[in-house]
Write a protein that binds this ligand. Structure first.
Ligand code: AMP
Length: 218
């Protein structure tokens, strides 16, 4: 299974990717996670990427492509991969097309998780994380019954820097300017599938709908 997950920040790509890898023997490749890990360890790549990430902008293509150059050759990708947050620009998509052609690999498809901007803003700007145990709450959808204290461990809840509303709005703007054109790129290739990211009123989970639309239920 080789899938690209597309969709604005907050659409739920990471959660869906986690659900996929619990059931299918494929690698979850999140460029955002790789960058966050590098920022935490203060590697040269992390130091360069940090300023772009903090403002909600994109890390330059050459850094992203250098980091991804040999990723698909690693052993965990032997049975496939889920790309989450990559590609994010047309040059990245073209570089990925060339890489897949070079390796003789075919994509099963690019899946767009469709979601309204208002929902994204409330999902991300309302998110609060416990400093102590990492539990995640949401002021709008899943508030802590103890206000800004974690129900589970009593830790303090805080807001991630890139979840501040002005940063979220910038991430959305960047998405529409630089990443949304990928929808047409994959539509033209005939490999695009669209799934509503909100589940209200739907009986299937996101994972079930994805498996059905890709014909990969196992
Ligand atoms: P994410 O967790 O996917 O939202 O990524 C967090 C941040 O990492 C983004 O806001 C970008 O600054 C950076 N990033 C992740 N993936 C890419 C990519 N493919 N191209 C450029 N920047 C990226």
């Amino acid at each position: 299974m080789r899938i690209i997950l597309l969709g604005s920040p907050g659409a739920g790509k990471g959660t869906l990717a986690e659900d996929i890898v619990k059931k299918h023997p494929v690698a979850h490749i999140s460029t955002g996670d790789i960058f966050r890990e590098n920022v935490k360890k203060e590697t040269p790549l992390g130091v360069k990427a940090r300023a772009y990430m903090d403002s909600g902008g994109l890390v330059p293509d050459e850094l992203v492509l250098a980091m991804m150059e040999n990723r698909l050759l690693e052993p965990d990708c032997a049975k496939g991969f889920i790309l989450d947050g990559f590609p994010r620009t047309i040059p990245q998509a073209e570089a990925l097309d060339a890489k897949l052609a070079e390796l003789g690999l075919k994509l099963d498809g690019a899946v767009l998780l469709d979601i309204d901007d208002d929902t994204v803003i409330r999902r991300l700007s309302g998110r609060r994380v416990c400093r102590k145990c990492g539990a995640i709450y949401n002021l709008f959808f899943r508030p802590s019954s103890k206000g800004d204290i974690c129900e589970r461990c009593g830790g303090e809840l805080y807001q991630r820097d890139d979840d501040r509303e002005e940063v979220v709005r910038n991430r959305l703007k960047v998405y529409y300017e630089q990443t949304a054109p990928l929808v047409e790129h994959y539509e033209k290739k005939g490999s695009l599938r669209r799934i509503r990211a909100e589940r209200e009123g739907r009986s299937e989970t996101l994972l079930e709908e994805l498996e059905r639309s890709m014909g990969v239920s196992r």
